[in-house]
Design a protein around this ligand. Structure first.
Ligand SMILES: O=C(O)CCC(=O)C(=O)O
Length: 201
């Protein structure tokens, strides 16, 4: 990556709390992630908490995901944005097949970063991710948010809809507030994430 492009990404990540790397994964890689993740989903016997659309721990079922989380091309970029070595934690698949599947505004953890890869075209119509720009710098203000509790931030002035094509990757601080709405149009909306903590232990 060109030094200027990296610098821009670092600035967005530091100031906004998230940044999108367009076309980070090529079509073959997207197909492989999709196929392998769908296989894990097909074998799944339990749902994750309240969520029918979240499949956690893909790396425990298919070592492809462990390899990707530990050694994928995103790891170096996460390190360059975070400024410290990311510690891999877990991977998940997020589907969104019906209007009731939403993830309410929340942040993921107090340290580290997350990458979320679009496996389909994701827009407002099928429930793309939304971010609250700069919220990673205002943690106290948003500490009340929980993913399983509705809180409508759709009119918040700092809201950004992350419209993404398959293969685009968004990187965000674990403290950045994000959510995803319902799938209104019923088109596939799959996302794969890797969660990295900022420190060991
Ligand atoms: O894909 C989604 O709908 C939610 C993703 C999310 O909350 C996350 O990656 O932490």
């Amino acid at each position: 990556m060109l030094a200027a492009a990296l610098k821009n990404m670092q600035t967005s990540f530091a100031e906004d709390g998230f940044v999108i790397a367009q076309g980070f994964f090529n079509a073959d890689m997207v197909t492989e992630i999709r196929q392998r993740a769908e296989q894990v989903l097909a074998q799944r016997t339990q749902v994750s908490g309240n969520y029918t659309n979240v499949t956690k721990g893909l790396e425990k079922v298919d070592s492809f995901f462990a390899e990707l989380m530990y050694n994928g091309p995103q790891v170096a970029l996460v390190q360059q944005l975070l400024g410290i070595k990311p510690i891999p934690a877990t991977t998940s698949l997020f589907t969104k097949n019906n209007r009731t599947e939403q993830v309410n505004p929340h942040s993921d953890a107090k340290t580290g970063a997350v990458i979320w890869v679009a496996l389909d075209y994701c827009s407002y119509g099928n429930g793309c991710l939304h971010f609250l720009r700069g919220s990673h710098l205002r943690q106290q203000e948003f500490a009340y948010l929980r993913p399983d509790r509705p809180n409508d931030l759709s009119d918040h002035p700092d809201k950004v809809a992350a419209v993404m094509k398959a293969g685009d990757m968004v990187l965000f601080h674990s403290t950045t507030v994000h959510w995803s709405g319902p799938n209104f149009d019923g088109s596939p909306r799959r996302g794969f994430n890797c969660f990295y903590t900022g420190k060991a232990g």
